[in-house]
Design a protein around this ligand. Structure first.
Ligand code: C2E
Ligand code: CA
Ligand code: CA
Length: 673
């Protein structure tokens, strides 16, 4: 800025001809005299000499001088270390501003800056400033250090009008805002704290900045939309979109606070968590479509919500999984609640397709009896629910601690299986199979064993199902196949080797390639490998399973139908695929001596085998009586303790046959070659 304005005459006693001044750095003595006046843009010795020794007050108009403005500014700069004042240059169209900075010492000199503004610049600036201030969406209010509102923009006026239905004239409000009870909420905003909800429903929030001079600039914004969005978001984050019920997260929070209050209460409050899983929901979804499934979920949720008490909560965890909670004192209250839930779920409902009925498996766990914290409560209710699911005719199950033990053991074993596969804790036993009429060895079935590092020998009945549930059966089954084939390939007599294949393995896309690979690397003739599969392997996706079986069979590998007679539709399964052998389940053999029924059944199966030209092998032959009966009925092959127990290869080679009543005698030399 190089304002060298035309000289104007002094406008009153003591005021200097300001129009001649340009921007400068100044120094003022404790008594208010200019010790230095150094123009910034150019050296103007004349001006500096004019100003030196003059009093600071000469910059002010006579009226300001009379009011003591110069002295107040000097004092402010000393006290607060900073002061700024605008100088009305009377008789001139220009204006000036002086900013003073206090020194380190209370009575030391002040340093300052003197700025001059162009007249048009000043006019434009203030016009734009007020335009901007009046048109920004925020309400702005400046409070003097006394706390009294001294300036506001137009938005603020609107806000005050809205806050007060009587809409007092604004001048009246500045003072009344500070004192009038009606403005209490508005005052809170001016203090820069909190939210204000207007009678119109709109929501305001304020922020503020304090100036070094002690004024407060308060900005108040209308955050109604944002507030609404936040609320909606919070609702969405805590509720299930389909049913509007609280979701898992919200349920857990509520549970936490209920447990907390119950723990503090002396009234013996209990909190029950109820896990609910709908039965037949998948069927409804698959048969009638997802929209029908949605209607079912909504209907159930509406029924539950419409019949809920003060200390009860119903939530949806997702899918067909619901949960409920009840705070109560008397067990009867809980029983009634659970029965009510069950009634609402199992009551038939009418869909466009017709009437449907859903069932529910319900598990209950109670604070403080069954668990102390929210996670364990939910986990235990789930455990009880799973038990309800697996028990026919028992749809409501209350948690008991032994449940927890069983489940924990399952989880532990599941984890240990993976380690066991890696650490070589598994090994195979082989059980002999014999041709019935000649008593000649026809093959061996490989049976898996697990030597657990701490629990000792574990039978497959205890771990195969767990391995299937956790997926470990894939690597484990792969290991069995590989091991059985490579061992059998070393035998000197080319006996058949039968390997059990889990339904999960049959569903694995890589199984065909894997079998081909194992046959190649082991060098085992495909005709020597027999895979035993159960009917359950065909249940999930029959077409796909049969397709895979055909591919395997095409290598020359034979396929036996294991545990025959225990499935749901054994005869249909037999028709669907050309099995190479039927393995009659040992439960029928065990029944020979005790039930007439079993004998009739065995006869029928043997006849069926004959007509289909599929040989039948009987499992679990333990007694001579069973053997003789089966022999006379024309059975093809035997397997069972009578002929040999499952043994490791070494025992079979070196005298293990004695243990198995000498029945495997002869095979030792065969296998050794
Ligand atoms: P499975 O396939 O029916 O195997 C025959 C089971 O009957 C074997 O039990 C065997 O020890 C037993 N057994 C044999 N003869 C007699 C007898 O005369 N009387 C009695 N009471 N039992 C007899 P194990 O070895 O405990 O195997 C149980 C089941 O575990 C097997 O039943 C099979 O389903 C499964 N399993 C065993 N090894 C494997 C495997 O490598 N993979 C798969 N996926 N499952 C296997
Ligand atoms: Ca088997
Ligand atoms: Ca079997």
């Amino acid at each position: 800025m190089d304002a060298c304005l035309s000289t104007v005459a002094s406008q009153g006693p003591g005021q200097i001809a300001l129009g001649t001044l340009t921007d400068a750095i100044v120094k003022i003595s404790p008594s208010g005299k200019f010790l230095a006046w150094e123009p910034v843009a150019q050296q103007n010795d004349w001006m500096s000499s004019q100003m030196l020794g003059q009093n600071f007050s000469c910059l002010f108009s006579p009226s300001s001088q009379r009011e003591g403005v110069p002295a107040r500014n000097l004092l402010a700069a000393r006290r607060r270390g900073y002061s700024t004042c605008h100088l009305a240059l009377e008789g001139s169209s220009s204006s000036a501003r002086i900013v003073l900075v206090g020194g380190e010492l209370e009575d030391g000199p002040l340093v300052g800056f003197f700025f001059v503004s162009h007249p048009d610049e000043r006019f434009e600036r203030s016009r734009y400033e007020s335009l901007a201030l009046d048109h920004i969406p925020s309400a702005v209010c400046v409070l003097a250090s006394s706390g009294e509102p001294v300036f506001h923009n137009r938005q603020f006026e609107k806000l005050v009008v809205e806050t007060d239905a009587c809409s007092p004239p604004l001048l009246a409000t500045s003072a009344s805002i500070a004192t009038d009870e009606r403005y209490k909420p508005l005052r809170a905003l001016l203090e820069g704290t909190g939210l204000l909800r207007l009678s119109s429903g709109r929501v305001m929030r304020s922020t503020f900045i304090d100036t070094p001079e002690g004024e407060r600039i308060v900005t108040i914004n209308d955050i109604t939309e944002q507030h609404l969005n936040e609320k909606q978001y919070a609702h969405l984050a805590n509720h299930d979109a389909l049913t509007g019920l609280p979701n898992r997260r919200c349920f857990i929070e509520m549970l936490e606070s209920e447990v907390f209050s119950a723990a503090k209460s002396k009234a013996g409050l209990r909190v029950a968590v109820i896990g609910i899983d709908l039965d037949r929901f998948k069927y409804i979804n698959d048969t009638y479509g997802h929209s029908a499934g949605d209607v079912v979920l909504r209907t159930i949720s509406d029924r539950l919500v419409s019949d809920i008490g003060a200390n009860e909560v119903v939530a949806r965890f997702g899918g067909d999984e619901f949960a409920a909670m009840k705070t109560y004192v008397d067990d009867m209250q809980l029983k009634e609640f659970v029965a009510r839930i069950q009634r609402h779920i199992t009551e038939p409902m009418l869909l466009p397709h017709g009437k449907v009925v859903t069932g529910a498996s319900i598990g209950v766990a109670v604070y403080p009896n069954d668990a102390q914290d929210r996670e364990s409560l939910i986990k235990n209710a789930d455990l009880a629910m799973y038990r309800a699911k697996t028990r026919i005719g028992e749809t409501i199950c209350y948690f008991d601690a032994s449940l927890d033990e069983v489940e924990r053991m399952r989880l532990k074993l599941a984890g240990d299986i993976w380690d066991g596969v890696e650490q070589g804790q598994f090994f195979l036993n082989y059980q002999i199979q014999k041709t019935a009429d000649t008593n000649v060895t026809s093959g061996y079935e490989a049976l898996l064993r697990w030597r657990h590092p701490t629990m000792g020998l574990i039978a497959p009945d205890r771990f195969i199902e767990i391995a299937e549930q956790c997926g470990a059966i894939i690597p484990l089954g792969d290991w069995v196949l590989d091991k059985a084939c490579s061992e059998a390939a070393k035998w000197s007599v080319p006996h058949r080797i039968a390997v059990n294949l889990s339904p999960l393995q049959l569903g694995d896309v890589q199984i065909v390639d894997r079998i081909r690979e194992i046959l190649m690397t082991s060098g085992l003739a495909p005709s020597r490998l027999e895979l035993e599969i159960t009917e359950t392997a065909l249940m999930a996706d029959r077409t796909r399973a049969l397709h895979i079986l055909r591919q395997i069979k095409a290598f020359g590998v034979s396929i036996a139908l294991d545990d025959f007679g225990t499935g749901y539709s054994s005869f249909e399964t037999l028709r669907a695929f050309p099995f190479d052998r039927i393995k009659l389940d040992r439960s029928f053999v065990a029944g020979i001596d005790t039930t007439r029924h079993a004998k009739a059944f065995i006869r029928a199966i043997l006849a069926l085998g004959k007509s289909l030209k599929v040989p039948v092998l009987a499992e679990g032959v333990e007694t001579a009586g069973q053997r003789d009966f089966l022999l006379t009925e024309g059975l093809d092959e035997f397997q069972g303790f009578l002929f040999g127990r499952p043994l490791d290869l070494e025992s079979i080679y070196f005298g293990g046959e004695e243990q198995s009543q000498g029945a495997t005698y002869g095979c030792v030399r065969e296998l050794l070659g």
